[in-house]
Write a protein that binds this ligand. Sequence first.
Ligand SMILES: NC(=O)c1ccc[n+]([C@@H]2O[C@H](COP(=O)([O-])OP(=O)(O)OC[C@H]3O[C@@H](n4cnc5c(N)ncnc54)[C@H](OP(=O)(O)O)[C@@H]3O)[C@@H](O)[C@H]2O)c1
Length: 346
Amino acid sequence: MNSHGSAVDPPQSCHRSSVDPPWIRYGSAGDPTNTSTEDLELAPLGDSDVHVKMLAAPINPADINMIQGTYALLPELPAVGGNEGVGRVLGVGRRVTSVTPGDWVLPADAGLGTWRTEAVFPEETLLRVPRDVPVLCAATLGVNPCTAYRMLADFESLRPGDSVIQNAANSGVGQAVIQIARAAGIRTINVVRDRPDLPKLVERLVSLGADHVITEEMLRKPDMKDIFKSIPKPRLALNCVGGKSATEMLRHLPRGTMVTYGGMAKQPVTVPVSAFIFKDVKLRGFWMTQWKKDQMHSKLAVSLCELVRKGQLGTPACTEVPLEDYRAALEASMKPFTSSKQILIL
Ligand SMILES: NC(=O)c1ccc[n+]([C@@H]2O[C@H](COP(=O)([O-])OP(=O)(O)OC[C@H]3O[C@@H](n4cnc5c(N)ncnc54)[C@H](OP(=O)(O)O)[C@@H]3O)[C@@H](O)[C@H]2O)c1
């Protein structure tokens, strides 16, 4: 039975563009700016397939690492870049039951190749999401906010009034952590790298709900004591960076858990033995891609859309980039201190 209530509905015809739709392709691992756009013939719409018009897709660090060939999950080459994004369903095969034309969909998993204008995807690779969230928010909902939500929920039982410390707090994940924590009454201590326009960044993160925003240098200063006069020491630390940043953050975790989910500094995590012996600190890791394999991702996406509707979760700071300018967007996404998620408008 399909979603129109009939087992015998004809397949919705697959709309063909007058020109073949472009995609951003790479044929070998290497420099992301060496990718090229090509016109691709759409695959025919099979009975269990969905024809999707991609609307918007972000450039995330994992996409870059995948093209460089350094990510834990690598596609067969040649491949289309991009793991996240939102699309609108144009047509469905006769056995498709979970979506109908007009629905908005996200990739259910990593590796779909979202940097393209149109595609025919198998039904099971897609998740339907409500259409009443802003398109850029939907395009960036499936990875970073989901990661933030799970890390806040799954490692320590945090209660309102408890606190969390995180580095790279201005990252997409970091911004989601601030907002989701605020919605749950959890306070956040947010570590960022120093930069010329630091006050502007601090103001932006505070406007999202950050309780404290400090630089990595500040982590080593005695002034840190002042923060803990008004807020309890954290029970959870979220590590996106590794290296010194993680070691310094651990100093302020009296016990509890540090979850490593990113390695932006490309340096290992070094832990003083005293943290294990005297504080019994637990070190854990998190990978959303693995979580999605094991759990109901669709429910989580719907809960996050609820936060969006309530105004408690917004689109990360971003720059909208037309597909033809994708090279500039890839370059910007790899520069330090960009503080803006590059989102391809497709
Ligand atoms: N494990 C998972 O399931 C999972 C899920 C989502 C994301 N991630 C990972 O989380 C990380 C952030 O992803 P995102 O999409 O949120 O990133 P993003 O929005 O592109 O932000 C990147 C962040 O990394 C910081 N950064 C870059 N290089 C750095 C360095 N050398 N030292 C310290 N900070 C540095 C940037 O700070 P500046 O502004 O100072 O440059 C910025 O805060 C990535 O490693 C990504 O792969 C993991």
